[in-house]
Ligand binder design. Structure first.
Ligand code: SF4
Length: 471
């Protein structure tokens, strides 16, 4: 297939990096006593977290240093989510509070990016109702943030960027305060148009980064201490289809595994229609790839799957699960489930429950259907009564809790290689890390272990975690 993906030119990226220098010079005059501070509030998914690392890289190159608190910041950036109405409301409420920060100090710059403001109606509303917001930028315009900050510092007109053709920009700096755990975006956007999902409308069509750019970034991450790298994309299984070269997620992962270093590799998220045999084989063969497959099913009913425009059947999905299990009998499998999709009958919901029993997921991320304006499902009749939806949701969780507890118990008695990530939030004498399971692993230790691999003998498991001792 011909490569039609728009690439932001190196000259344009270089002009933006130059704008960072000019911001720095200007802020040294505006804030003569100490460097100004930045604060980034991130909502939503891992892709937004990865995008926020780019924003942090830009802020630092512009001479800003991190603020402990939003109220102390001179540059406030919001990276918003549109996947659920709740996420938008929460973001709008916090954005509203920044009005007072700006009233106290007119040097404060407030900018909003992400999926919420990639929708014209939302961007227009913010333009009209939040005059203290200096700029908004859609998900394809992160590379343009330096010139937006520069324009705001110079008192130029407010700007609201909405692209009609998202591209890929290479060479934008990033900053990760936990470099041992890295996100690596390999593609952006989505072509699937699941009927409930806003993503294709706010992140554009699928576009893949070139393998050489991804490999160069992977090398840099490993040099900087990355021990756990997650390849990111809305549907990483279709990676490379828009590129001229013959590549795929499987061949890309194989190449990354060839890089020197003690690291492991994950990927998310996957679409079952594109989960290939080649991908399963590479996962099984490569030691560095974590044996965890997140394969969102959304529903166990063929009629609902068709109404969701998911492009696979229950039978097809279960056949992929069989292949994963036969190639990797101990693989952790997780999924996303939507409960009470418009028109879902009790029998159709029972199909989802029976699918859960058949697959025996390690964990699920489940949601009650929430309509998003602009998606086909939002126009569908037969909304499910809230009480019925809540009841189905509770039954789904109750079933999955039983399965999860059983799945977690299989690790007891085993020794697991765990990346120590942080001090436990509930017990300062305990550390939390991740192994080959989506569940956190707890063990006694101290902060000197953060960022290193330890072998943990698992002694206990419950619904939410597993724990053990370093051996
Ligand atoms: S695959 Fe479907 S659910 Fe996932 S981002 Fe694309 S449209 Fe949304």
């Amino acid at each position: 297939m011909v490569n039609e993906t728009k690439r932001i030119s190196p000259e344009e990226v270089s002009a933006q990096l130059d704008a960072c220098k000019r911001v720095k010079e200007l802020t040294e005059k505006i804030f003569p006593d100490s460097p100004p501070t930045y604060y980034i509030e991130t909502f939503g998914c891992q892709q937004n977290e990865a995008d926020s690392q780019r924003l942090a890289g830009i802020c630092r190159l512009c001479g800003y240093v991190p603020a402990d608190d939003i109220k102390a910041a001179k540059l406030i950036l919001f990276n918003t989510c549109a996947i659920r109405e709740h996420a938008e409301k929460k973001a709008l409420s916090i954005i509203g509070e920044t009005k007072h920060i700006r009233e106290k100090d007119s040097r404060v710059i407030i900018g909003i990016g992400g999926c919420m403001v990639s929708q014209r109606a939302r961007a227009d509303k913010i333009k009209a109702s939040n005059p203290y917001v200096a700029f908004t930028f859609d998900t394809g315009a992160i590379h343009a943030v330096p010139s937006l900050i520069l324009g705001a510092l110079k008192g130029e007109k407010r700007k609201f960027i909405l692209s009609d053709n998202f591209g890929i920009a290479e060479g934008i700096p990033f900053y990760n305060d936990a470099p041992y755990k890295a996100w690596l975006s390999i593609m952006y956007g989505c072509n699937n148009f699941c009927s409930y999902c806003i993503v294709p409308y706010v992140r554009g069509r699928e576009r893949s980064r070139r393998p050489e750019d991804i490999l160069a970034e992977a090398r840099l991450l490993i040099e900087n201490g990355a021990k756990d790298i997650t390849l990111l994309g809305q549907n990483v299984n279709s990676y490379g289809r828009d590129l001229e070269e013959d590549t795929s997620i499987a061949s890309l992962m194989r190449e990354i595994c060839r890089l020197d270093g003690d690291f492991r590799l994950r990927f998310m998220t996957s679409h079952p229609k594109d989960a290939s045999d080649e991908l399963i084989a590479v996962m099984a063969e490569e030691e560095k790839i974590v044996k965890h497959f997140h394969l969102p099913v959304q529903s166990g009913s063929d009629r609902v799957l068709s109404a969701m425009n998911r492009k696979y059947t229950r039978e097809k999905y279960l056949s992929i699960i069989d292949k994963i299990k036969s190639a990797m009998p101990d693989c952790s499998i997780t999924s996303d489930i939507i409960v009470a999709f418009p028109g879902e009958t009790e029998e159709e919901f029972a199909d989802t429950l029976s699918l859960l029993e058949a697959v025996r997921y390690d964990m699920i991320f489940s949601f009650i259907y929430s309509p998003r304006n602009g998606t086909p499902a939002a126009e569908m009749d037969c909304r499910i009564d809230r009480a019925v939806a809540n009841d189905r949701y509770s039954r789904l969780l109750a079933l999955q809790d039983t399965v999860t507890a059983e799945r977690n118990a299989r690790f007891v008695g085993r020794t697991m290689k765990v990346l120590c990530e942080e001090v436990s939030k509930t017990d300062p004498g305990m550390m939390t890390g991740r192994g080959d399971t989506p569940r956190p692993v707890h063990f006694a230790g101290d902060s000197s272990l953060i960022g290193s691999f330890v072998n943990v003998k698992i002694t206990k498991s419950d619904l939410f975690s597993i724990s053990g001792e370093i051996v």
